[in-house]
Design a protein around this ligand. Sequence first.
Ligand code: CA
Length: 271
Amino acid sequence: MRPSGKGPFPSPQESTPRASGSPARRPLASPAPAQPKAGGSQADGGEWCVLVVEDEPLARTSIRATLSKEGFRVVEAESGEEALGLFDAAAPHVVILDIGLPGLDGFEVCQKIRAKRVDTGILMLTARTDPEDKITGLTLGADDYLVKPFNPGELIARIRAVLRRSVLMNQAEEPLAFGDLCLDFQAQQALKKGVDVNLSPREFLLLAILLRHPGQVMTRDQLGKEVWGANHHGNARALDVFVCKLREKIEDDPTNPQVIRTVRGAGYVCG
Ligand code: CA
């Protein structure tokens, strides 16, 4: 992870896409997030904006109180339609999105937000215990999910993890090249010999982490936490399967990988 001297994640200034000199990211329909108003404790994420989409007033009030206490700027919506209407103007860094909503449900809202921006963190809230719900949410582009009821500390920790990942995705640097591979952060695409290899956001993130640290062995636990956040639970096998799928997309010969190499007993390394 990119080092930050200030706290658990970089300041919004570091995360905001460059305002000029670089094209808007696909499929960026809205302008880059405005610099959030100053306020709150910077080290604790005081300048980050969170859009809370929750139809139950009590739950919404409770989430707002938790976030405000931590210094987040909070915008509220009680329906998916209202959230989408507020989204462009509010330019939230993270959306907390309840699945069970009147009208458009959380899944539909998640898809529509992803179509607007790829770099907004989305944390879904579910009261349901069906694991399919979680998988559906993650497939549609959510970064993480939280099962109700949750405690305030867990909510804050999840938001921070989502922010760290979206900040990493958001660092609109020059494209990173490795052999015939090129990671284009503006387009959020990985190109092999100039052809898009269609990585999922998480695959792109994993590859970006490794390519940003060439020659540095990353443990499975480190990588799992970066890619899946707090829901990782140290499942090394899941990461191995994930890396296998990624290799099939980017390696000339996935059985003899040259981009993502396994370091036995340690983890993975690029280069
Ligand atoms: Ca609800």
